[in-house]
Design a protein around this ligand. Structure first.
Ligand code: SF4
Length: 451
């Protein structure tokens, strides 16, 4: 879960002022950006302190219990410091939980319910709109640095993974029309964005709900479908990175685009487990041999491919042998980046009803073994890059260093490339640079500007 992000600074002291706390995943971040954009369109100033705000909006996360606690704490802090609080986001679906902890909040709405948030803001502090003064950049208000942006292509999910309550919070898949997404990407490119991070709950299912309807963009037809979307985005000449890809066979179709340099050779695929029985209990695809075969074919076509994944250990009923199947999978799959969680029951998830829960100490012991096994793999895969030259995008200058990312590194979740002579070389955030890799560890690479 991300930490609260302060909104943009205030512009005019006479306008009504809104404080904003944004919690949760990149999908929630995009919801925050839409609300912030609408607030600016209507002439509200966005302020960074509770004292300066006339009202505070808290965009919450409700994915796991720790996120619920973090959201309730954030609401409590805003209530104590300001007192006029509007709650939205995933936890908003559980109004009773919020009301019980904080009965005085002004309004509660669920995710993507921008209309309810704006109505609540209007009721708390009416807008003072002047369209000639309150101009908003074409790209809207962004919470990410200027050079990368999240591009949300759909809401909701048609899967029913037994550990997940997102479909009950966000509903079934609803894809945005491809031309609308491509136009948004075009605007972002014109606004200086260099890297697009495509997000959804299930990127590979994009367009299934609208039967892959074709739309026109720049005078050419494009289907509302992952591959066509990637082809359209490649026209913009940006880095495009795919997140939350479900391991369907048709992911094969986009690997040639990576080999041709049209799409970053990077896939974020949450495999979650490798034991067919556990995957079945999770209600996820269970053909592990086919998955391994597919990964190896992908690497033949696009040898640079970086695969990031997440796993759950200690799922109800997981035996020691099934856990070891997972470790064996790691050895064979040789994934580049891996995150893992010990299973924790989420209120409302069907997995809670499964028999044979794994003891907490066994879960933690398995998690530690899992991370140790993967650490050796990640370290070796990074070490193999020492001596190579990597195209990088600079995120920040920190003292002497430029903090950059290669094609293998998504912001916030993966490692970085520390460019040791970055300041002397005059690098700036948002700039591409070729870096000669001189060293590595488990997460990061170190190097100098290539000559
Ligand atoms: S694919 Fe599974 S885990 Fe992901 S949002 Fe859909 S139901 Fe949840």
């Amino acid at each position: 879960m991300s930490t609260p992000r302060p909104a943009a600074p205030a512009r005019e002291p006479t306008n009504p002022k809104v404080g904003f706390v944004s919690l949760g995943c990149p999908k929630a971040l995009v919801d925050s950006e839409r609300i912030l954009t609408q607030l600016r369109v209507e002439g509200y100033d966005l302020v960074q302190s509770y004292n300066d705000a006339d009202v505070v909006v808290v965009n919450t996360c409700g994915f796991i219990d720790s996120a619920v606690a973090e959201s309730l704490d954030a609401i409590g802090e805003a209530m104590a410091e300001n007192g006029k609080v509007i709650v939205t986001g995933c936890l908003g679906k559980r109004e009773d939980v919020i009301r019980q902890a904080h009965p005085g909040v002004l309004s509660i709405s669920g995710p993507q319910d921008y209309g309810s948030v704006m109505n609540a803001v209007h009721a708390a502090v009416p807008p003072a709109h002047d369209p000639f003064i309150h101009l908003v950049p074409d790209t809207g208000i962004k919470l990410t640095p200027k050079h990368y942006a999240y591009l949300k292509i759909s809401e909701g999910c048609n899967h029913r993974c037994s550990f997940c309550i997102i479909p009950s919070m966000r509903g079934d898949l609803a894809s945005r029309p491809v031309d609308e997404v491509l136009r948004e990407a075009e605007k972002l490119a014109m606004g200086g964005v260099k890297e697009l991070l495509v997000i959804s709950q299930d990127t590979s299912a994009y367009g299934v709900d609208v039967k892959y309807a074709a739309r026109e963009w720049r005078g050419k037809p494009y289907q509302t479908r992952m591959k066509a979307l990637c082809e359209g985005l490649s026209e913009l000449g940006l880095w495009t990175r795919l997140h939350y890809v479900y391991p369907y066979p048709h992911v094969d179709e986009i690997i040639p685009l990576m080999a041709d340099g049209k799409l970053l050779p990077y896939l974020d695929i949450p495999f979650q487990h490798a034991s067919p029985r556990i995957l079945k209990l999770m209600k996820r695809p269970g053909a592990v041999d086919r998955t391994l075969g597919r990964i190896s074919r992908w690497r033949e076509i696009a040898p640079e491919l970086t695969i990031r994944s997440t796993f759950i250990v200690g799922f109800p009923g997981e035996t020691e042998a099934e856990f070891e199947e997972l470790l064996d999978f790691l050895d064979v799959a040789q994934l580049d980046r891996v995150g893992a969680f010990a299973y924790s029951p989420v209120e409302g998830a069907r997995a809670n009803e499964l028999p044979d829960p794994v003891d907490e100490d066994v879960k933690q012991e398995r998690l530690a073994r899992f991370m140790e096994r993967q650490a050796a793999i990640s370290t070796a895969r990074l070490e193999a890059k020492v001596g190579s030259v990597q195209r990088c995008l600079v995120d920040a200058i920190d003292g002497e260093l430029a903090i950059a990312r290669s094609m293998a590194d998504a912001p916030e979740i993966d490692g970085v490339v520390q460019v040791q002579d970055g300041r002397d070389a005059g690098l700036q955030p948002g700039q591409f640079v070729d870096v000669e890799i001189l060293g590595s560890d488990e997460h990061d690479l170190y190097g100098e500007v290539a000559v």
